[in-house]
Design a protein around this ligand. Structure first.
Ligand code: PLP
Length: 357
């Protein structure tokens, strides 16, 4: 049987493993930080009718500039942004890949603060960008002095900070982002995949004006209940969007993706109506975990990293045996749990209580 290493694959890809969160069908899936609430029927019907409309022209290539979608995204974000400030792709993972293709590559370096989103190192590998991992401070926090010192030491071409951070949930203060921007001559990417679960004033969107090397990555996959549609986007200076045009494939966003995303954004208030409840469930989960004697980390996202778990593999399996899927991200003595619906949160709290007793 032919194996990967028998092929004339690029040297830098040899021995690598792909992204692979287990995809299992279980009653309670709290492993990849989706919004577990379903979309309302009337909104779904509106999305379907706009998809049907776009199908009538599916023999033609879509709008390569996805102008209507960029306008919808600018309206949604506010902060006086216009379509020129917006870029989109098939998930923010693709946006991040385009950023690495444009600003990273052979001979260049990217720096992030770990533990953080596993895709950064994978995208660095696939674009032959050197990836520097700096371990976060006590309880995964980041301070101004710490971040500035790391940037001064390594002088990376790309600094990428996830806020709130996946998998730890840690929010990052705007003062840290301002200082990181001043310290670097490269681009500063803030991955705000979970921004809607955080308080509004924590978004780095308020810092965009006058900072042409600041890139803010967002997604419809999490708060927006749209993970299956694959829509991520970027807010930045219009020149950054021009850089993205150099590396994107022509017509990379299908007409169906554009239509579905525009339709969903036209219902943004209702699409996000579950966010407040998810936050409540996250806070409820946090307190419950503490009461069990576990060590949850503070989170501004829709998940909690729980420390103090003696045997994460065993606990992960015991939860799965009860129909509940959570995530073992490989940090010793921890598991990461998404805050779901009230019923799902109740189920996971009950199951952990049982397993621990
Ligand atoms: C889920 C996630 C993404 C989003 O990925 P999509 O490609 O938009 O689905 C990006 N960054 C972080 C930190 C995430 O957790």
């Amino acid at each position: 049987m032919t194996e990967l290493n028998d092929l004339p694959i690029r040297e830098s890809l040899k021995g690598r493993t792909p992204y692979g969160a287990p995809q299992l069908h279980v009653p309670v899936a709290l492993n990849v930080n989706e919004n577990t609430h379903e979309i309302s029927e009337d909104i779904l019907i509106d999305i379907i009718s706009r998809l049907a409309q776009s199908l009538r022209e599916i023999n033609r290539y879509p709008d390569r500039e996805f102008t209507a979608l960029r306008e919808s995204l600018a309206n949604y974000l506010g902060h006086s942004l216009t379509a020129e400030n917006l870029w989109a792709a098939n998930g923010s993972n693709e946006v991040l890949q385009q950023i690495f293709m444009a600003f990273g590559g052979p001979g260049r370096t990217a720096l992030s603060f770990t533990p953080t989103y596993s895709m950064y190192s994978l995208i660095a590998q696939s674009t032959d960008t050197k990836y520097i991992e700096v371990e976060r401070e006590h309880r995964y926090e980041l301070s101004v002095d710490f971040v500035v010192a790391a940037i001064n030491k390594h002088k990376p071409d790309i600094v990428i900070i996830c806020s709130p951070n996946n998998p730890t949930g840690t929010p990052v203060e705007l003062a840290v982002i301002e200082a990181a921007y001043e310290a670097t001559e490269g681009v500063l990417v803030i991955d705000e995949a979970y921004a809607e679960f955080s308080l509004n004033e924590n978004s780095a969107l308020s810092l965009l004006s006058g900072r042409e090397r600041l890139l803010i990555s967002r997604t419809m996959s999490k708060a927006f209940s749209f993970a299956g549609a694959r829509v991520g986007y970027l807010a930045a200076n219009p020149a950054v969007c021009d850089a993205m045009r150099l590396v994107r494939l022509p017509y990379h966003l299908s007409a169906l993706t554009q239509a579905a995303a525009e339709a969903a954004l036209s219902h943004s208030a209702r699409m996000l109506a579950t966010v407040a409840d998810i936050r409540d469930q996250r806070d409820r989960l946090y307190v419950a975990l503490q009461d069990m004697g576990l060590d949850p980390y503070r989170s501004d996202a829709n998940f909690i990293l729980v420390g103090g778990i003696a045997n994460p593999e065993q606990t992960w399996q015991a939860l799965l045996d009860r129909g509940i899927l959570v995530r073992n991200v490989g940090i010793p003595n921890t598991l990461r749990i998404t805050a779901g619906t009230e019923a799902e949160t109740t189920a996971v709290i009950q199951a952990i209580t049982e397993i621990l007793s």
